[in-house]
Design a protein around this ligand. Structure first.
Ligand SMILES: [Fe+2]
Length: 266
């Protein structure tokens, strides 16, 4: 069995800063790191941690350094893709040398994790909140999948390739490339799991016959309010993270950020 964690939207800022003047994001990530350390006793060794974007909120080198300093003591390989709050240059500087990122251009990559193929896609349009799958990225994905034949694969992308129902997030979702993505995925005969972030809420849906899961955010949540004029903003509610397992099929489990007391005998 292969098992890895998905954490998302950590929105780390440089030490001493708060997101939107009120949200401390380093503390939730530290709590998650403690929870992950406990989890390793409960489920055994983790093969990796994937981070589906918005690692940094301000795109500073300091924020990436702080992110790494919190998670690196876990000694689990970490694989990151950028979100709309990330900036490619400091992102690449922070994670180069880990062996999976390309030296230049978009941050599209692939990495074999046991029996699984991880495929990271870069949907970032720098300076914008919405994202895109441009021609280069779609070509990259198509080439990866055609080389794989029917190997089980996991595709990682920050922006959600579906309508979430949260109006203000759908207005800054994936602006371009969704129908081409759907056509490429529809041709793939193997097991495929598509993982994203961005909407700070855990939603399971499907695209071209394959499961798509958005991860909660480590630091905050967006209310599932489907009114078109719903208030725009975040909840101070830490969403935890996801554990994904592969053994003749995928299984995904949401892990709460804090373990809770117990178990108590019945
Ligand atoms: Fe985002």
């Amino acid at each position: 069995m292969i098992q890895f964690l998905q954490i998302s939207d950590t929105h780390i800022v440089k030490t001493g800063s708060l997101v939107s003047g009120r949200l401390d994001t380093a503390s939730p990530l530290k709590r998650v790191a403690l929870r992950i350390a406990e989890l390793q006793f409960e489920v055994g060794q983790l093969d990796g941690i994937v981070v589906t974007g918005d690692i940094s909120d301000d795109g500073t080198a300091d924020s990436y350094a702080l992110f790494k300093s919190i998670l690196q003591p876990l000694n689990v390989p970490i694989f990151c893709i950028p979100g709309n709050h990330d900036a490619r240059k400091p992102f690449r500087n922070a994670f180069e040398g880990t062996g999976y990122l390309p030296e230049k251009g978009k941050l599209n990559w692939q990495h074999k994790l046991g029996d699984l193929q991880l495929i990271g896609l870069d949907t970032l349009i720098e300076g914008q909140s919405g994202g895109e799958l441009d021609k280069e990225t779609l070509r990259f994905l198509k080439a990866c999948l055609s080389d794989l034949k029917q190997t089980p694969a996991v595709i990682l992308m920050h922006h959600q390739p579906f309508k979430s129902g949260i109006t203000f997030m759908d207005s800054i979702g994936l602006q371009k490339g969704t129908s081409k993505l759907s056509a490429i995925l529809g041709e793939y005969q193997g097991e495929l799991l598509i993982l994203c972030g961005h909407i700070h809420r855990n939603i399971l849906t499907s695209l071209a016959g394959h499961s798509v899961i958005s991860a909660p955010s480590v630091c905050s949540s967006f209310l599932f309010n489907t009114h078109h004029d719903a208030p725009i903003g975040f909840l101070k509610q830490e969403g935890g993270f996801l554990l994904h397992q592969w053994a003749d099929g995928f299984k995904s489990i949401r892990i709460d950020p804090v373990r809770g007391d117990g178990p108590f005998p019945f």
